[in-house]
Design a protein around this ligand. Structure first.
Ligand code: AKG
Length: 264
């Protein structure tokens, strides 16, 4: 059975505040999961060796970037009202989509991402400015590269690279975000986190719908990265979520392009 969560409960808000994440188990309907997998696989096939090139490539990993431009299902996914309620529980006030990427660590690989905070950001006097929603399109297991996370570390206001000698090493307090395919993890990504190695023989596909506060640059500047055809078909609500007509967003996003927490 899949389970469409009701608006964010007080317990979930507490969990997000104290532990940095909430996992909505089996949140996607079977139809949505099948559709998302098919769209992602088709996009990987279409882009081939060039996949992910609009943003950054990562060793031993398949990535896709700028997915809002690449299918209606992706636009639907970033704007699901129930999920945006969770994002609003992390980021105070107005927020926007920063980027929609996909990530699949190669099977039978030892590559582990360093612990990082998304875009290298710590919370500031206005509070949290980043939230990543991980749409799990395969089971996330200890063997296939489930995301690791140090719960509560979003409150430390320090980047892991400034605090530990080896960001690739396991952290004593880290946990793995494990859940069945079709689950959705909402993560305060000021928390220290990263992908782990996919030592299994199977795929571990996910979408990263990354949101940021209104006053932070978009990781992928949607106004310029989306085609005219895509933009012409956007609803007013999506135009707002993507900050298409936001002059301040244009100014700061053009001045700070493609910021990652660790990819160069
Ligand atoms: O895919 C994952 O498990 C986490 C990826 C991540 O944190 C990133 O690419 O910034």
């Amino acid at each position: 059975m899949y389970n469409h969560a009701m608006p964010v409960s007080e317990a979930e808000k507490r969990q997000l505040e104290e532990r940095s994440y909430a996992v909505l188990h089996n949140w996607m309907s079977p139809e949505l999961l099948t559709e998302a997998r098919a769209a992602l696989d088709a996009q990987f096939a279409a882009e081939g060796d060039n996949a992910g090139a609009e943003f950054r490539k990562e060793q031993e990993t398949q990535r896709l970037a700028n997915l809002v431009d690449k299918g209606e299902i992706f636009r639907r996914i970033v704007s699901m009202p129930e999920i945006l309620e969770y994002v609003a529980a992390v980021i105070p006030g107005d927020f926007k989509l920063s980027s929609l990427n996909a990530r699949a660590p190669n099977p039978k690989s030892d590559w582990v991402q360093p612990l990082h905070c998304d875009t290298g950001a710590v919370a500031d006097e206005k509070g949290n400015s980043v939230c990543n929603v991980i749409w799990m399109l395969d089971d996330f297991t200890p063997e296939n590269g489930a995301t690791r996370l140090v719960p509560g570390s979003h409150k430390w206001l320090r980047l892991p690279q400034d605090a530990v000698t080896d960001t690739m090493a396991p952290h004593p307090d880290e946990i793995l975000l494990t859940a069945p395919a079709g689950s959705v993890a909402v993560v305060n990504t000021h928390a220290w986190h990263g992908g782990t190695a996919n030592r299994s023989g199977g795929t571990r596909r996910c979408l990263h719908a990354f949101y940021c506060r209104w006053d932070k640059p978009q990781q992928q500047f949607q106004r310029d990265m989306l085609s005219e055809a895509t933009k012409a078909g956007l609803s007013p609500a999506l135009r707002q979520l993507l900050a298409i007509d936001d002059a301040y967003n244009a100014e700061i996003s053009l001045a700070n392009p493609f910021r990652s927490g660790f990819l160069k």
